[in-house]
Design a protein around this ligand. Structure first.
Ligand code: COA
Length: 376
């Protein structure tokens, strides 16, 4: 028995387990998936290729990639009963709540994947493929768009855009979304992945682990930050107001979403890549307004607070320019991170040890029990 150490609030700097999936060098600003630098993957790879890398630990051959792509297309289809259940959920709900509920409900329809210890790469592929279909089914109903059709020729990124917007992305837009999906696919022991691994470490199933992860990603300190960045830009309005609004927030000790990171002490490499995509997509859409606002926000936050942008700062501007509603930003994040969650859950099963830290007790002890009639 190890003596309890000092409390590491928020588990900061605690090394909880060994993993071969993802490495973050917070001092150098580097992110590595299975040995490959994120900058190479973002420049040369596709989401499907990265998902294969995370699940199998190596880049696929051309045959393996086309086989996985075909499988993911096949696995997009929602069971009819689940589609009907999604149609009965309130249109006013946040899409992250829909996603969490639908994954949980899907588990009831796919019992073979939910037996303890029997989850497989097949389940990982099913969950990854199906998230855009769940989102499309829900969003199209509330937005009055026609029902989803099979679009086997579309990649995960292309189908996600089609599912949400009922249009095909341009080549540039499809690449921008594919890059965003690559950049979001994994990030070591971030809060939602940790939640997934904690669930898996009890020998619970993959679908339960992903349900936990979706609930964790939803929070504004994690995946919900990109949505809040766009709210900030709406509040600011024009570049000449950035200084006043941002300084005002900082003086009231409010957090500026899209800045700061538990692990990166320099710029998040994903922000560097997405900044350039924000400019490119802005240029193609004839509007650099978001890009210019964000550049100015960056300047003020760095000067006033010494904080660097994280992945969430620029992703929302790319999604907004495509026409994706703000409340779908975090679900788009989930449609990518699911590849990482499931890879981590499978790794957890492989190296299983119940995750169960301890707490430093700061409450009372040995209180005399007072019968209820004598309490006041
Ligand atoms: N805006 C303003 N101040 C911030 C900040 C932000 N985005 N992020 C951190 N800080 C400040 C804190 O207020 C604190 O200041 P203090 O020491 O004067 O109290 C200091 O920096 C340390 O912050 P702390 O919350 O302890 O760091 P953390 O490692 O726990 O937080 C985040 C990491 C990501 C939760 C935090 O940076 C944050 O809330 N960022 C905004 C949300 C966001 O973009 N999330 C997406 C992450 S990818």
């Amino acid at each position: 028995m190890v003596e309890p150490a000092e409390v590491q609030h928020g588990l900061e700097d605690v090394v909880a387990l060994e993993s071969r999936i993802c490495f973050i060098d917070g001092k150098q600003g580097r992110l590595i998936y299975e040995g490959y630098d994120i900058r190479d993957l973002a420049a040369r790879s596709t989401f499907e290729e990265v998902a294969y890398l995370l699940w199998y630990g190596r880049l696929p051959t051309a045959t393996q990639l086309s086989e996985l792509t075909r499988r993911l297309v096949e696995l997009r289809r929602l069971p009819d009963a689940l589609a009907t259940e999604i149609d009965e959920l309130p249109v006013t709900a946040h899409p992250m709540d829909i996603l969490r509920t639908a994954v949980s409900a899907l588990a009831l329809r796919e019992p073979s994947e939910t037996k303890p210890g029997e989850s497989s790469i097949g389940g990982a592929q099913r969950l990854t493929a199906v998230l855009p279909s769940i989102l499309g089914r829900f969003h199209r109903r509330r937005a009055g768009l026609p029902p989803l059709r099979d679009r086997p020729e579309l990649s995960h990124a292309g189908y996600l855009v089609y599912a949400l917007l009922d249009r095909d992305p341009t080549e540039l837009e499809a690449r921008a979304i594919d890059v965003a999906l690559i950049l979001h696919a994994d990030h070591e022991l971030n809060a939602s992945t940790f939640a997934a691994r904690v669930t898996a470490s009890t020998l619970s199933d993959l679908y339960s682990a992903v349900t936990s992860a979706i609930g964790t990603l939803k929070g504004p300190l994690h995946g919900g930050a990109n949505e809040r960045v766009m709210e900030l830009l709406d509040e600011i309005g024009t570049v000449d107001r950035v200084e006043e609004v941002v300084k005002g927030k900082l003086s009231r000790h409010e957090r500026i979403m899209g800045f700061g990171h538990r692990v990166y002490k320099v710029e998040d490499p994903r922000a560097t890549i997405l900044r350039e995509w924000s400019r490119r997509i802005g240029d193609a859409h004839g509007s650099l307004r978001y890009y210019e606002l964000l550049r100015k926000v960056e300047e003020v936050v760095l000067r006033e607070k010494g904080l660097y942008p994280n992945v969430d700062l620029y992703s929302g501007s790319v999604y907004s320019l495509l026409g994706i509603p703000h409340d779908l930003f975090t679900p788009v994040f989930a449609s990518s991170r699911v590849a990482g969650w499931t890879a981590h859950v499978l790794e957890e099963y492989h190296d299983l040890r119940l995750i169960r830290p301890t707490a430093k007790y700061v409450g009372a002890i040995d209180l005399p029990y007072v019968p209820i009639a004598q309490r006041h």
